[in-house]
Write a protein that binds this ligand. Structure first.
Ligand code: ZN
Length: 306
């Protein structure tokens, strides 16, 4: 560049130089690509409603670029269903339905094994009862024929998590408000949340079973038989993480949406559910959580629904 041209354009260069920190900042804050995979649920749930709500709560953080992938409908040909897992920092599954092609299953398992993030929401842990890698990635699951041959139940007893191989299939008491107790306060997902908080009108998934390998219980709920017929009288795991190879899995049993529910649906509009899904997805994608705890977070004895 000639000295003359330099002089003429010096102002422009100075201007661009001043913009540099903003460019770097913008690059740092480029959104994390997250796949929300949905498309089928059992007759007890509504994937159309739940996935729309999950998409919105993820987008509200400003952290994620969410791409919704909808599977073929129940009974349809699945042979062409091959989501591009590797293009995403995390995959959120809101799916309880038909089996996928073997290659699709293996591609998801190897994506997670190689460091991909996975988030499982509520009835997703009912899916794929005969897919060994899914059972390992989810840690625990229920229904779909699962009995003691699937693995132990996980209980919180004497201040720590314990495996329980006694018989019993998955169940849950009728929906009600219940208290969540944080069991891993130093985990990035739970850090800064109150030690106890209320979840509104949801199902306490109970007696889930599975390999429960490399599983950490983040939070439990007391299934109180005095208040709820059919409750197990155990501290049931509600939020958990599973290490699968180099991948991180966040599994929330919370977030029931029934087919006849009308908005606002308390379980999924519960601030505790929203915030843990937002934080769990960031952790699954990056291993860290940068989100502050919002002011309307529920307390030990008061629900908070948006
Ligand atoms: Zn449910």
């Amino acid at each position: 560049m000639s000295p003359r041209l330099w002089k003429k354009t010096a102002g422009l260069w100075r201007f661009l130089f001043l913009l540099l920190p903003f460019a770097v900042n913008a690059a740092e804050k480029s959104p994390l690509k997250v796949m929300l995979l949905t498309g089928q649920s059992s007759k007890y749930h509504s994937w159309t409603m739940s996935s729309a709500l999950v998409q919105r709560m993820l987008e509200q953080t400003g952290l994620f670029a969410v791409e919704v992938v909808t599977s073929p409908p129940q009974g349809a040909d699945m042979s062409g269903f091959h989501p591009a897992w590797n293009q995403f920092a995390a995959v959120v599954l809101d799916y309880e339905g038909d089996e996928w092609p073997e290659a699709t299953k293996q591609a998801l398992a190897s994506y997670v094994k190689n460091g991909g993030g996975l988030v499982l929401i509520h009835a997703t842990d009912n899916a794929f009862p005969k897919w060994p890698e899914f059972l390992e990635m989810s840690g625990l699951g229920g229904w779909g024929g699962r009995d003691e041959t699937w693995g132990p139940k996980v209980r919180w007893r004497n201040g720590r998590s314990a495996l329980d191989s006694s018989p019993g299939r998955a169940t849950h008491p009728a929906k009600h408000d219940f208290q969540i107790v944080v069991r891993a306060p130093d985990h990035p997902i739970m850090r800064g949340l109150p030690p106890k908080w209320m979840q509104a009108h949801d199902e306490i998934y109970s007696q889930l079973r599975g390999p429960a390998k490399n599983l950490e219980v983040l939070a439990t709920a007391w299934a109180d038989p005095a208040k709820n017929p059919g409750a197990t009288g155990e501290h049931e795991p509600m939020l958990m993480t599973i290490r699968y190879g180099r991948g991180r899995v966040f599994h929330t049993t919370l977030g029931h949406v029934g087919p006849k529910d009308v908005a606002p649906i308390p379980a999924v509009n519960s601030v505790g559910f929203i915030v843990t899904v937002q934080r769990g997805t960031e952790w699954a994608a990056t291993g860290e959580v940068t989100q502050p705890v919002p002011r309307d977070f529920p307390t030990e004895n008061r629900i908070s629904v948006r």
